[in-house]
Design a protein around this ligand. Structure first.
Ligand code: PRP
Ligand code: MG
Length: 212
């Protein structure tokens, strides 16, 4: 019998929230913590633990049938992919921030300046729309350190509690977008697995209704 392959974040906040909701819909997963793949005991489902940034390509290629993923990652790398359900958890913002001492008050004030980010496509989209010319420095993590080490005048990154900004002496000046976890599907999903995702989505909807 066919199993639905679903990707979830390998580690981090989205991982915990994703595993929690699968549990809440009554799916129990054998979880060897170091395993990159796990099977559900009572539902035709296999979970693949992957890096966030890799998930859009896996969906596109049909390596996985579905994913629980941050909408912000899809906006950055998977605009072509299909969101079938908004899951209401792991809410965050993608924001522009600058050092507390900076006089910049909006993205426009970063004209001609350097912005460090892990979300170049997203930032470029907003820069283009506002006809702002800025120089992007792409870094994969610890973006908030960039202004302190003289690498950038501002940053664009995820803000959740705001504590990383605070600890690094930065202030948010513009929210580019708001994000939450979503359920997305592969364009290459088989008929058989589509019926499984329909069942999963139905269960998710009941749990989400109960949470609201
Ligand atoms: C994420 C994100 C922000 C921070 C936001 O980083 O890149 O830096 O969390 O959360 P907060 O507003 O609650 O502080 P993460 O800790 O995942 O590390 P990384 O950037 O090095 O991947
Ligand atoms: Mg970070």
């Amino acid at each position: 019998m066919s199993k639905l392959k679903i990707a979830v974040q390998k580690s981090g906040r989205l991982n915990e929230d994703s595993m929690r909701i699968l549990k809440e819909v009554g799916i129990s997963i054998d979880n060897g913590k170091d395993q990159l793949k796990a099977s559900a005991r009572n539902f035709p489902l296999e979970v693949f633990y992957l890096r966030n940034g890799d998930i859009p390509q896996y969906l596109r290629d049909g390596v996985v049938d579905a994913a629980i993923i941050g909408e912000n990652v899809l906006i950055e790398k998977g605009n072509d992919l299909n969101i079938i359900e908004r899951l209401g958890f792991s809410k965050c913002k993608v924001s522009i921030a600058v050092p507390k001492s900076s006089t910049a008050k909006t993205l426009k004030d970063l004209e001609g300046k350097r912005i460090a980010t892990s979300y170049p496509n997203t930032v470029n989209q907003f820069l283009d729309k506002a006809s702002i010319d800025a120089q992007l420095h792409i870094i994969n993590g610890s973006v908030e350190i960039a202004p302190n080490i003289g690498l950038a005048d501002g940053i664009c990154d995820i803000v959740s509690s705001g504590s990383t900004l605070f600890k690094n002496g930065l202030k948010e000046i513009e929210v580019l977008l708001k994000s939450e976890a979503v359920l997305a599907t592969s364009p290459r999903i088989s008929q058989e697995n589509q019926t499984i995702i329909d069942r999963l989505q139905f269960r998710l909807q009941s749990v989400l209704k109960g949470r609201a």
